[in-house]
Design a protein around this ligand. Sequence first.
Ligand SMILES: C[S@@+](CC[C@H](N)C(=O)[O-])C[C@H]1O[C@@H](n2cnc3c(N)ncnc32)[C@H](O)[C@@H]1O
Length: 234
Amino acid sequence: MRQGAGLNLADIPASAARDESGVTEAIAHFGRKHLPLPLRLIRDPAFAIRALRYALRLPTPLRTRDRWVLEQVILPAVEERSGNQTVVFVGCDYYTWHYKRFFKGHRYITIDPDQGRARFGGKEHHVDFMSNLPLLLAAGSVDAIICNGVVGFGVNDPQEADRSFTACANVLKPGGLLVLGWTPGSCSFDPMKTAAISRHFEPGGLPSLGSNFVETPTAYRQTFAILSRRAVTG
Ligand SMILES: C[S@@+](CC[C@H](N)C(=O)[O-])C[C@H]1O[C@@H](n2cnc3c(N)ncnc32)[C@H](O)[C@@H]1O
């Protein structure tokens, strides 16, 4: 595992792993998830608290160590990056709805093909596939794209991944940032080995992290790659 001065995985607090449940808990959670809403509010206290927090417009984050890395280290570093005005976040869920708050003063755009996820998107949200980004945004107009948990959860084959990353390259400025996060066990292929990544991207872009690849110390080894759009395509 590579790790740099900026991000020390040993600094992740134990409380950040609260939602990294085991198999038994995952099965119980699946059961609760399929209860009718009123019953679930009674039977699933964590869900009830989350629903209340969501109603009060309070963040409803996932407590996992990869989220800690994303939310405490990567997103602030993306926000601080100079010249970062237009940021695209790909794939939305209840635990990401508040990410717009990291990017106040920026143009924050979200995209997800699932209409039901639109409520977790930003003010500027597109119900669409990331491979269609060039139809929605001008070429070379975006400073950073964050694409976490989408490969293996919708972008499921190398061809679609290639189309999706080519689309990212199209809308990113030269030197623009692509933060790619994936769960190795949920992907049938290595997203870093797709042609579009080697053609259009090179590692780097967030020097404050001290590393361009972070494998988090979770059982599912959520991995982040920090990539920059090449000025000249390779
Ligand atoms: C596991 S969730 C990940 C949510 C979030 N990005 C995160 O950080 O966890 C996967 C999301 O990606 C969305 N998704 C699937 N295929 C997509 C695609 N081709 N383009 C954009 N979003 C997609 C799904 O609808 C779903 O909401």
